[in-house]
Design a protein around this ligand. Structure first.
Ligand SMILES: [Zn+2]
Ligand SMILES: [Zn+2]
Length: 312
């Protein structure tokens, strides 16, 4: 594709690449790519049974924590300690809602899939490259592989700035959804630490008061529910805190998980987008820091060069 054919209005239409009709020498649209799509092609969705089960298990575990925190710990004590109960309720519900929203955003956002089958001779001929520039072709999905893209065997697509494929969100973590994934780990770590603190306080209080007015359920049932929540919260607090630290480290150094594993420095051509660490952080979380913790705002738009390369 030459620069004359570049149409900036198509920047985000990743799955509608132009192809050259060699006979007529005009640009025509191929049929809409419905791979990894659902809801009539509107939403990105990976049809992987293992990932779907893990994602549903995540929802179940969030709902379980919701149930124990609300019905076992806070509501039964609302009459005796209203401020403690309602303040903790508001905090937990807010964090749980944001964790759930971040999970859905990570799961149903296109992580940065490269258009499938665009590595045709005609398309490559039409592209303009810098002198000496090497282009890579993915033989598995027959696409022109941009810098820092990697092929995911679960998504069956090349993903820009692929970090890893996470079964817990049933999606790849890549350029377009890394922010949501980081927020997901952050909010899950937050509700895990919060529910862990509440559970331990509840257990200690119940034992000290010899289970008088300790909850709506019998002492054995309360103990089982609390112990299970403590185990879940402890496990996920550690897991998500480690994952969050790893992600923040990767963003700070502008390296993906795969690049860290391969000890592969991002290539020279990608360096122009890495002017500073601040820029690297903005690439993931967006330009305005006020929205960094919101799973409802999109990260910064792709750069002109990116759009040029990927819209082919
Ligand atoms: Zn590929
Ligand atoms: Zn994947």
């Amino acid at each position: 594709m030459t620069r004359e054919f570049y149409d900036s209005s198509e920047e985000d239409d990743m799955d509608s690449p132009y192809q050259v009709d060699a006979e007529a020498a005009v640009l025509t649209r191929p049929p809409r790519d419905m791979h990894n799509k659902c809801c009539g092609g509107k939403a990105w969705c990976i049809k992987d049974i293992c990932g779907i089960i893990c994602a549903m298990l995540t929802w179940f575990l969030i709902l379980y924590a919701e149930f124990v925190v609300t019905m076992v710990m806070l509501v039964p004590h609302a009459a005796r300690h209203p401020l403690y109960s309602w303040a903790n309720m508001a905090l937990f519900q807010t964090l749980a809602f944001l964790a759930f929203a971040s999970h859905l955003r990570t799961m149903f956002t296109d992580p940065g899939a490269v258009p499938k089958g665009n590595a045709t001779k005609e398309v490559i001929k039409q592209m303009t490259f810098r002198e000496g520039q090497v282009i890579f072709k993915c033989t598995k999905c027959c696409s022109i592989k941009p810098e820092r893209a990697h092929h995911c065997s679960v998504c069956q697509r090349c993903i820009r700035k692929m970090d890893h494929h996470c079964p817990w969100v049933n999606n790849c973590v890549g350029e377009n959804n890394q922010k949501y994934f980081v927020l997901f780990t952050f909010y899950i770590a937050a509700i895990s630490i919060h529910s862990l603190t509440l559970s331990v306080c509840q257990l200690v209080t119940c034992i000290r008061e010899e289970w008088r007015e300790c909850g709506a359920y019998s002492p054995p049932a309360t103990v089982v529910l609390l112990l299970f929540l403590i185990a879940e919260a402890l496990l996920f607090a550690i897991f998500t805190a480690v994952m969050l630290a790893t992600q923040l480290h990767a963003i700070w150094h502008d390296e993906t998980g795969i690049e860290q594993l391969k000890k592969e420095k991002a290539k020279e051509q990608a360096r122009w987008v890495r002017k500073s660490r601040w820029k690297s952080i903005q690439n993931v979380f967006g330009r305005f820091s006020i929205f960094w913790l919101s799973p409802f705002t999109q990260p910064s738009p792709k750069t002109k060069l990116d759009s040029f390369l990927y819209s082919v």
